[in-house]
Design a protein around this ligand. Structure first.
Ligand SMILES: Cc1ncc(COP(=O)(O)O)c(C=O)c1O
Length: 367
């Protein structure tokens, strides 16, 4: 295989801002990377330990328990009914977290070669990585183009990273209809779907109000990383159109892209329990309720951010000027330009810091 040209890995360019923020007497408040910091709920660890005796290989299909719990969670929390989650042709499979699935999906669907992957204007960088790995082009657009050109796949992300924007039912329906008309699979990355604020309830692309009576041409990606504070477990899900899930599953079997059996047991336990998700959402809500007014009090504006784990902040200036301003206060943010040219006048502040660090940020922004 020839070497592929991946996009730059930009985080190193934050080095000077990190160094400046670290000079603050109270130390840096790093809100640049959205990695969870709260303890993983004990029910996951207990289920993991109880399944520690795992001499045999797991299957790419996933355990019956994990698939049943996934279907139950999708139904209970998102109003999604899978075709036949325990059937021979799967409508849900476990993934090793969602990042590998995002990066490999064009390849696993057999789309490598020529064609274009449509991704949001401002987007999680791995959608582009996955297109590049499969030798495909990328088009950034938030609306279905009149001319489908050589589109082979659409990525939606709602709630979106980095801006926390939630797509309306009309927007989701427009994409689903467009994809079906042109025979292009539409995949929604919904890894923040449990984290809506101020009454916002993000909708799954697989909900009957969007998808209609079946999931033809549609896939959804979910993750336990944020909702169950378990990024270290690497636990995710792919669900939707059984014909598409099957294509992905068949290649994953050959590649050995298998979720360890104890992790699948932890997934099953987590997906069957809403209490820990609700408790974690309240933790993030409380941090958001403290940080957002402080950002505004300091003269910045917050756009979108109605769901998900980030505040999308602007001072109507180049993002690097905002990064410098925040670094001077001892706060590290992620420049919006990391997520596409249309993000270049925003920065992203993550809510994934301890209460103590969020309070420190609030104090610095308001004094
Ligand atoms: C939009 C989006 N999709 C997917 C992922 C990958 O998450 P994970 O691999 O932990 O499931 C992230 C991680 O931050 C993300 O922001």
């Amino acid at each position: 295989m020839s070497a592929v040209r991946l996009p730059d890995f930009p985080w190193d360019s934050l080095g000077p801002a990190r160094a400046r923020a670290a000079e603050h007497p109270g130390g840096a408040v790093d809100l640049s990377i959205g990695t969870p910091v709260d303890p993983t709920p004990t029910l996951l660890g207990e289920a993991l330990a109880a399944a520690a005796d795992a001499p045999g290989y797991p299957t790419a299909l996933g355990t019956v328990d994990a698939r049943r719990a996934a279907a139950g969670w999708l139904s209970r929390r998102l109003g999604v009914q899978l075709a036949d989650p325990l059937g021979a042709v799967p409508s849900v499979i476990p993934t090793v977290g969602s990042k590998e699935l995002v990066a490999l999906l064009p390849t696993l669907l057999g789309l490598s070669g020529t064609g274009t992957v449509l991704i949001p204007e401002v987007a999680y960088p791995t959608y582009e990585v996955g297109a590049v790995v499969a030798g495909l082009q990328v088009l950034r657009t938030d609306t279905p183009p009149a001319d489908p050109g050589d589109a082979v796949l659409v990525w939606l992300n709602s709630p979106g990273n980095p801006h926390g924007r939630v797509l309306t039912d009309d927007e989701l329906r427009a994409w689903a209809a467009w994809g079906r008309t042109h025979g292009v699979p539409v995949v929604a990355d919904e890894c923040y779907v449990e984290l809506g604020w101020d009454g916002v309830r993000p909708r799954s692309v697989l909900h009957p109000d969007v998808a209609g009576p079946d999931h033809t041409g549609l896939l959804a990606v979910h993750s336990l990383s944020k909702q169950s504070t378990a990024a270290g477990y690497r636990a995710g899900l792919l669900s939707g159109d059984p014909a598409l899930v099957r294509r992905v599953w068949e290649v994953r079997r050959h590649l050995g892209l298998l979720v360890p059996t104890p992790v699948q047991a932890a997934m099953a336990a987590a997906l069957a329990d809403d209490g820990h998700v609700d408790a974690q959402r309240e933790r993030y809500r409380s941090r958001r309720d403290r940080l957002a007014p402080a950002v505004r009090a300091a003269g910045a504006r917050i756009d979108h951010s109605e769901a998900g784990l980030y505040l999308w902040v602007t001072r109507d200036e180049d993002c690097w000027a905002t990064i410098d301003w925040l670094a001077g206060l001892g706060i590290v943010a992620a420049p919006g330009s990391f997520y596409g040219p249309a993000g270049s006048r925003h920065v992203r502040l993550a809510l994934t810091a301890t209460d103590e660090r969020i309070d420190a940020a609030v104090e610095r922004l308001t004094s």
